[in-house]
Design a binder for this molecule. Structure first.
Ligand SMILES: [Zn+2]
Ligand SMILES: [Zn+2]
Length: 253
């Protein structure tokens, strides 16, 4: 049976150098429940160490947590990647770390905290998570699909780190499952601006999430997926189906 799932699939934790230190498993899930959200995806920059800890709290509290990350391609384009199985997520993480040069300067870019489910710091991630991988966008999207994941071009309306701004258009061969518009973007205005075929944008389904780096932003923008269960496969199906994806902000639900 089809059900409506309110989803915020772009949430950072304290592992992202730009993520607020309050973005901890328990505080995130508390806020998610307050916002009436059913499904979240954890998407730290190029890293996944906090996914399992948020999942543990989500399991306890009846919130579906899908693991993923926001990968930076060598063109400096952000791509959201989500996986159902932890083993697929780990395989993707290995590919990213094998192609992510540099060491973090925490004074300059911020602390990258790997925490347990209660928010205690286990260790600091030393990778340069704010940096770009040496993988092209095509290689990122291909790897995500090879590991059974879903690939979404992040915040395509923004000037920074969006495929539209970096390339000016979306090449035909790129097989994104959807494009994300940011929480501040009005869909009607966006579609009016990019309706022209030359951008290659309107052939993709559009979703929208909060890109929360602090607690107050969680749920600022959600997408409702109409599907049987809240898994990556079902969401993929919903995205492909007509009228099975509804963009909404807080006031809509
Ligand atoms: Zn981003
Ligand atoms: Zn983000």
């Amino acid at each position: 049976m089809l059900k409506k799932y309110r989803a915020d699939c772009h949430i950072h934790t304290c592992l992202s150098p730009c993520g607020d230190s309050e973005m901890l498993p328990e505080t995130i899930i508390k806020k998610v429940k307050e916002q009436g959200i059913d499904v979240i995806c954890i998407s730290d920059h190029n890293a996944t160490e906090n996914v399992l800890e948020v999942k543990k709290v989500g399991n306890r509290e009846g919130i579906t947590v899908i693991g993923g990350m926001e990968i930076t391609s060598k063109e400096e384009v952000h791509v959201l990647a989500f996986f159902n199985d932890d083993s697929d997520l780990n395989d993707m993480q290995r590919v990213v770390y094998d192609n992510l040069p540099g060491t973090n300067n925490q004074e300059l870019y911020g602390y990258q905290c790997c925490v347990d489910e209660f928010g205690y710091i286990k260790f600091l991630n030393q990778h340069l998570l704010i940096g770009a991988t040496t993988l092209s966008i095509e290689e990122v999207v291909d790897a995500i699909h090879r590991f059974n994941g879903i690939a979404i071009a992040a915040h395509v309306d923004r000037e920074a780190f969006s495929i539209v701004n970096q390339l000016g258009f979306i090449p035909e061969e790129l097989e994104f499952d959807a494009l994300e518009i940011s929480s501040e973007c009005n869909y009607r205005e966006f579609s009016k601006k990019y309706i022209s075929k030359e951008y290659g944008i309107m052939r993709y389904p559009i979703v929208s999430f909060s890109d929360a780096h602090k607690l107050d932003d969680i749920g600022k923008r959600c997408t409702i997926f109409i599907c049987e269960k809240p898994t990556v496969e079902s969401i993929k199906e919903a995205i492909k189906g007509v009228n099975r994806v509804i963009l909404c902000d807080n006031s809509d639900v």
